[in-house]
Design a protein around this ligand. Structure first.
Ligand SMILES: *Cc1c(COP(=O)(O)O)cnc(C)c1O
Length: 386
């Protein structure tokens, strides 16, 4: 009988592991096999073939991921975008309408604004800070509501309880991109969300060496999404599955340290005279701090900030820092620094960025697991040299 573990640290290590162990192996082996001997499978989706997302490396991850968020079921995918697009194309068909938060991950934003029309799917953006305004965007064909746990790069936190209540009232499926929080800080199923999605490229793997994704949630929906993924083909390769599995074991240790480190760095920056604004949900100055405290167990390793000297000062700061690596992406063990106006949000017009509150000088930091003091000392010298 499968063992279950109540606490997330233990679930990360033991949940879903094969019983008995395969030839006694303590660590899950890689099944580098595209096909498996027939043992009487009766439907196409059960045939044991790598694209059909059911190799032993997939199954162990599905069980573990579902357990981490206290959800019924889970599915791993080739990337975060494979998780998001496959889920959207499963839950929405031609003629349907989606309500989505107005500040989405760039790839998701592009998929809605550039690709939805060719599938005959309509959408409207909503201001997730203003639940009273959502009803006016509702249409008879609205099927789902899509939000992110924390937005990129401003770390805004929508009224997630209102999202679930509104969806229940209007019979909508709720989808949440939980990448920034990770299951350590937020578990959407516990708050009534139907589907949570991750770019496992980020915190879940944590080591900046693969791309991978996951969909976690209601078993009836995950089964439909699996069938769509079987057709669209965005399966996770066994070697990447092995690396994700290995990376996940230290998720609790990494994320808790990153939570703590990011809070101390945010507090340091907030006190520094050259800094004009810091966006971090763990700060009391954050507009949704009280809500974040209620919803989250931690505030993540992500923060963003602006300098009094504007875009030029930001450019100089990024040149002055020695420790953070100037690179997009996030959630790994290395501290990464970027200017969203030149990277993740470069595709938006200057007016759109302005409207979303993303100034040209805004700097985003993904805090790694280096010594917090080393990062703070580095920012201190870089800010003093401005
Ligand atoms: C990176 C990211 C994605 C996309 O994930 P990939 O693994 O790069 O496909 C989606 N949502 C968020 C919030 C992300 O940070």
């Amino acid at each position: 009988m499968a063992k279950h573990f109540k606490r997330i640290e233990t679930a990360l290590i033991h949940e879903g592991e094969p019983e008995p162990r395969i030839n006694g192996a303590v660590s899950m082996p890689i099944f580098q096999s595209s096909t498996f001997e027939y043992t009487g499978e009766s439907s196409y989706h059960e045939v044991r073939y790598l694209r059909l997302n059911n190799s032993p490396n997939h199954i162990v991850l599905h069980k573990k991921l579902a357990a981490l968020e206290g959800a019924e079921s889970a599915l791993v995918t080739a990337s975060g975008m494979a998780a998001i697009t496959t889920t959207l194309l499963t839950l929405l068909a031609s003629g349907d309408h989606l309500l989505a938060q107005n500040c989405l991950y760039g790839g998701t934003h592009d998929f809605l604004t550039k690709d939805f029309a060719s599938f005959g799917i309509a959408y409207d953006f909503i201001d997730a800070y203003d639940p009273a305004s959502w009803e006016s965007k509702l249409q008879p064909n609205t099927r789902a509501l899509y939000v992110e746990t924390m937005t990129n790069p401003l770390l805004e936190v929508a009224d997630l309880k209102a999202v679930v209540e509104f969806a229940e009232k209007h019979d909508l499926v709720t989808m949440i991109d939980n990448t920034f929080a990770s299951p350590i800080n937020f578990r959407p199923a516990e708050w009534g969300f139907d589907i949570s999605m991750h770019s496992c490229t980020k915190y879940l793997n944590g080591h900046t060496d693969i791309v991978a994704g996951a969909v976690i949630g209601r078993a009836d929906l995950i089964e439909k999404i699996k069938h769509k993924l079987d057709h669209l083909g965005g399966t996770l390769d066994p070697h990447a599955a092995f690396l994700l599995h290995r990376g996940m074991k230290t998720l609790a240790l990494r994320v808790r340290y990153q939570n703590e480190s990011a809070l101390r760095i945010a507090q340091f920056l907030e006190r520094h005279p050259a800094v004009s604004r810091v966006n971090y949900p763990g700060l009391e100055s954050h507009p949704a701090h009280t809500r974040a405290r209620e919803l989250f167990d931690g505030f993540s390793g992500m923060l963003s900030f602006e300098l009094k000297g504007g875009a030029d000062a930001s450019q100089n700061l990024i040149r002055n820092v020695r420790l953070p690596i100037v690179a997009p992406s996030l959630g790994g063990v290395e501290t990464l620094i970027t200017r969203p106006s030149t990277t993740s949000h470069a595709g938006l017009s200057a007016e759109d960025r302005e409207r979303l509150g993303i100034s040209d000088g805004l700097i985003r930091l993904s805090v790694g697991i280096e010594a917090t003091e080393d990062i703070i000392e580095d920012f201190e010298q870089a800010l003093d040299a401005l």
